[in-house]
Design a protein around this ligand. Structure first.
Ligand SMILES: NC(=O)C1=CN([C@@H]2O[C@H](COP(=O)(O)OP(=O)(O)OC[C@H]3O[C@@H](n4cnc5c(N)ncnc54)[C@H](O)[C@@H]3O)[C@@H](O)[C@H]2O)C=CC1
Ligand SMILES: O=C(O)C1=N[C@H](C(=O)O)C[C@H](O)C1
Length: 269
């Protein structure tokens, strides 16, 4: 009998980690075969289900990622940039599909992911939800149709614990708007306006970040023209939408050639 793909969840005690453990453990398409946390985390050595306050799942949380990855076909990783680059190397060694939800990755991190993707598939997206990826495709189309007479501003709001800004999703939407206009986001990005900034530069894409309470994730792409505005909005109310996307990506990646993929590839958008 062909066994279901075995998946490891890294950052298992985190907000996304717990959501993923619950989803994968309850799935009839994959098996939970590992849960990884950083050394010193109080969950290390405990059954992950019990640590979450529920029934035992038969998976003990480990701080040894290579040992966990060696018996897996996929790794779902929502942790931190430093952890994610380490996991990319180890997942490549184990020839496991690496699904990366971690945001805040800088150029140096992305280079290391590209190197690892020569040996195994890496699927990465700043947002894994179906709705948001659809909004990304729409953003590109609307930016292309409206052109530079319409100013693009991206506003995002997240919970008080979020550590990176702008959100990975906001940057993904910014890249889509820039691509729709045929420019590179780095050339036109306005981040962190403060003080006497001068008037807005035509063609620039602006970002603003709000942080507070338990907001799961909200994104507006505002196209501001003369006398009218078009606003594309996505509101996440449950982290399960990201987890479902990540599980779908891990399954899609099975038997896929090594390389870098996005959620748009997974969804065929
Ligand atoms: N792409 C997407 O759809 C989404 C991405 N995210 C991103 O996922 C990341 C995590 O978000 P949250 O779960 O809210 O954060 P969190 O802080 O609740 O969880 C992160 C977990 O990673 C663990 N971790 C950090 N370094 C580690 C290491 N070296 N080894 C093992 N575990 C390690 C931490 O101990 C923590 O438990 C962030 O970058 C966030 O922006 C969050 C939601 C959706
Ligand atoms: O940190 C979060 O919570 C989220 N992070 C992702 C991002 O940076 O866009 C995705 C989602 O919005 C939740």
């Amino acid at each position: 009998m062909h066994e279901l793909p075995g998946l490891v969840v890294t950052g298992a005690s985190g907000r996304m980690g717990q959501t993923l453990v619950r989803l994968v453990a309850g799935s009839d398409k994959a098996r939970l075969v590992g849960a990884v946390e950083r050394p010193g985390n109080p969950w290390v050595g405990r059954d992950v289900g019990e640590a979450m306050g529920g029934a035992a799942l038969g998976v003990v949380v480990t701080d040894d990622p290579l040992e966990a990855f060696a018996k897996a076909q996929g790794v779902i990783d929502f942790t931190s940039p430093a952890a994610t680059v380490e996991f990319a190397g180890l997942a490549a060694q184990a020839r496991a599909v690496h699904v990366v939800g971690t945001t805040g990755l800088e150029a140096e991190h992305l280079q290391r992911l590209s190197a690892a993707a020569r040996h195994a598939p890496i699927i990465r997206a700043g947002n894994m939800s179906l709705g948001l990826n659809l909004l990304t495709a729409l953003t590109r189309k609307v930016a292309e149709a409206l052109g530079e007479d319409w100013d693009v501003e991206i506003v995002e709001a997240h919970h008080r614990m979020k550590v990176d800004a702008p959100s990975g999703t906001a940057l993904m939407l910014g890249e889509a708007a820039a691509a729709g206009r045929g420019v590179a986001l780095e050339e036109v990005s306005d981040r962190g306006r403060d003080g006497i900034t001068g008037a807005r530069t035509r063609g620039h894409i602006g970002f603003a970040s709000l942080r507070g309470g338990d907001i799961v994730g909200e994104h507006d792409v505002i196209f501001a023209g003369e006398g009218e505005r078009v606003i594309l909005r996505h509101v996440a109310t449950d982290r399960a939408i990201f987890a479902r996307g990540a599980l779908r990506a891990a399954l899609w990646g099975q038997d896929r050639a090594p390389g870098e993929y996005s959620m748009m590839d997974v969804l065929g958008l």
